[in-house]
Write a protein that binds this ligand. Structure first.
Ligand code: ATP
Length: 355
């Protein structure tokens, strides 16, 4: 990775429509994506991630703000003059052309020599492991293979940045998992900057170097998968990435006091007054009732998920938590419905949320 970012969006605004019906699809988004990064834009439907991708590709012009590629302002540069390529959810292959011809097409349009085209087609087919499929037509391929052809075609002109708009969402679960590691491998092998759009949090966590979480046109948090999962900055991010618990309390010297009267030692980072805390289900431990340093609770429900079991817990003030514990091999649940227990939460696993 070098210092000049591969992609930058500076105060990017994209408004669709006018007057009362105007929608800010992008509401002052600034983002910096490093060279060689696998960067994922993650958020629910309608949050603006496709719009940001289209602004980078040049299919949309921002209402205000700028897009830079390798430090160069390309806000007004037409899509075909940008060193960027896009892979869409629909593979958009030419049905009447063979796999090789599909890949060659764009290279021929760029005026590459026959020898260079042939060499590149061979190279990218090997990259996506479809060497023996060069002469097939798209309809003679599975969905996953067609997606690989679309990837090979997008990689052929060696773009500086590859934009991927939910490229795996048309595939079934097993194939999607396979293609997730395939995409990660392709990105690592080529070193090309990938900007990947998805609404699937697991996909984002498993593939990305960094994730940008979006909601309602805004970029809420940018960080590594671990930062986003372990240190969500606000309720939306905490809730959108995986399962979590929320606890409300009041800041007191040394921590946060819950309505139960128990005080949790938490790093406060300048927060005061009433705050919301979050803790992941797998960070909660369950001890015997009355164990020192635990919060008294009752097990209201247990759900067996195979590798782990979820324990629904109710605290003295009525607030509910879910703990996820590894299931015991061949045995009963560690705790049964109705049991009085003690809830243990380490300070380091609690996070105070901001707005
Ligand atoms: P999805 O995952 O459903 O594709 P998204 O996060 O990619 O969603 P965008 O497609 O970027 O979201 O859309 C952001 C907002 O802008 C939405 O409210 C959408 O309805 C609106 N929008 C997008 N394109 C247009 C358009 N051409 N005209 C008017 N509004 C649009």
């Amino acid at each position: 990775m070098t210092d000049t970012p591969a992609v930058e969006a500076r105060n990017t605004v994209k408004t669709y429509g006018v007057g009362a019906s105007a929608v800010n699809a992008l509401d002052d988004v600034s983002i910096t994506i490093a060279k060689g990064e696998f960067f994922t834009l993650l958020g629910p439907s309608g949050c603006g991630k496709t719009t940001l991708l289209r602004c980078i590709a040049g299919f949309e012009t921002p209402t205000s703000g700028a897009i830079l590629l390798s430090g160069r302002d390309i806000t007004a540069t037409p899509p075909n003059a940008r060193p960027v390529n896009t892979v869409f959810q629909s593979y958009a292959l030419f049905p009447h052309l063979t796999v090789a011809a599909n890949i060659a097409f764009g290279l021929q349009m760029l005026g590459k020599s026959r020898a260079e085209v042939a060499q590149t087609v061979e190279r990218v087919l090997a990259l996506v492991r479809l060497e023996s499929f060069a002469d097939r037509l798209p309809q003679q391929l599975s969905g996953g293979q067609q997606q690989r052809v679309a990837l090979a075609r997008a990689l052929a002109p060696a773009p500086q940045v590859l934009l991927l708009d939910e490229p795996l969402s048309a595939l079934d679960l097993k194939l999607r998992k396979e293609m997730q590691s395939e995409l990660k491998r392709l990105q690592t092998e080529t070193g090309i900057t990938f900007v990947f759009v998805t609404h699937d949090q697991e996909e984002a966590l498993t593939m990305s170097n960094r994730i940008g979480v979006m909601s309602a046109g805004r970029l809420l948090q940018v960080g590594t998968p671990r930062e986003i999962y372990d240190r969500p900055r606000n309720r939306f991010v905490a809730d959108f990435i995986g399962e979590t618990n929320f606890l409300v309390g009041t800041v007191v010297p040394g921590g946060v006091r819950l309505a139960t009267g128990d005080t949790l030692a938490v790093p406060l980072n300048g927060h005061s007054g009433e705050v919301t805390l979050t803790v992941r289900p797998e960070q909660i431990r369950i001890a015997a009732d009355g164990t020192g340093g635990t919060i008294p609770a009752r097990v209201t429900q247990t759900t067996y998920f195979g590798t782990d079991t979820h324990y629904h817990l109710q605290l003295g003030d009525g607030s509910a938590l879910v703990a996820r514990l590894q299931s015991r091999a061949g045995g009963d649940d560690a705790h049964a419905q109705g049991d009085a227990v003690g809830v243990q939460i380490d300070a380091g696993t609690l996070q105070v949320l901001g707005e």
